[in-house]
Design a protein. Structure first.
Length: 247
């Protein structure tokens, strides 16, 4: 297990799903966590309870990552209450399944605002702090669909593709400041994001996955712990795909 003792890790969208698993696994590695949520306060406090059960500490901070002023607040609260930020995990995300021709402009605006601009907002706010400390690690939760594209998830895939190329670019830009920037690109993970799938669609999807099953959130979180810690000290600008061999 990665040793993250003494580190402070901010995780956006940690009120459930992959974000919650990242918080709990990071806590098991010894770091304290800042749990961000937008709407689900109860879920965020449930995550905090699980972090404490895992033997660590943390705080909960509300904020809509799509708003720059909320991203500033998340970073300000984290530094104010925890003293510093070592790692930022940009996990918050939303999706929409449907034909692009049937979508309204406000629907694609909201996916771009949360998935791509939300990541930009939090990254921009935290970088000022990390640059002054000449230390830090940023981990973006992308998607396999950002590499290969998904029918009926064109906008979602485009936001994740944008995250991938931004990750590659910013990692190079920030390397001289001793700040690493990497991404994890999960395949199909069993969370509420996929709860809309009908049982028969789940079975069809499983057949397309060489490992024959959906991934679970812990399988993504463990890769995040690796990228957060010293074992990945020479890695930056990388996209690690965790998809059971699907892409
Ligand atoms: P999820 O269960 O739907 O959880 C999404 C999380 O994002 C929730 O905690 C939600 O919090 C938060 N969130 C949404 N909008 C937000 C906003 N504007 N500001 C702050 N937080 C916000 O989804 P998930 O499956 O865990 O997905 C997590 C990440 O993994 C996403 O970036 C997703 O694109 C990516 N991913 C998922 C899969 C998959 O198959 N599940 C595959 C590839 C990539 P509130 O409810 O409090 O708003």
């Amino acid at each position: 297990m990665e040793d993250l003792g003494g580190k402070i890790v901010v995780i956006t969208g940690a009120s459930r799903g992959i974000g919650r698993s990242i918080a709990v696994n990071i806590a098991k590695c010894g770091a304290a966590v800042v749990i961000n949520y937008n709407r689900d306060e109860k879920g965020a406090y449930k995550t905090l309870e699980m972090v404490r059960e895992a033997g660590s500490t943390g705080i909960v901070v509300q904020g809509d990552v799509s708003l720059y002023e909320d991203a500033e607040k998340i970073v300000r609260d984290a530094i104010g209450k925890m003293g510093k930020i070592d790692v930022l995990v940009n996990n918050a995300g939303i999706c929409h399944i449907g034909l692009f021709v049937d979508m309204q402009q406000k629907q694609w605006d909201s996916i771009i605002d949360v998935n791509f601009k939300g990541m930009l907002n939090c990254t921009h706010c935290v970088l000022k702090h990390m640059i002054s400390r000449k230390s830090g690690s940023i981990i973006n939760i992308s998607s396999m669909w950002g590499n290969v594209g998904a029918s009926c998830e064109s906008i979602y895939s485009a936001t994740k593709g944008a995250i991938n190329i931004f990750t590659r670019s910013l990692g190079k830009e920030m390397a001289p400041s001793n700040i690493r920037v990497n991404a994890v690109a999960p395949g199909v993970i069993d969370t509420q994001m996929n709860a809309c799938l009908k049982a028969e669609d789940r079975e069809i999807l499983k057949e397309e996955i060489p490992m024959g099953k959906f991934g679970n959130s812990d399988e993504v979180a463990k890769v995040v712990c690796f990228l957060a810690g010293g074992s990945s000290s020479y890695m930056t600008s990388q996209i690690i795909t965790v998809d059971g061999g699907m892409s």
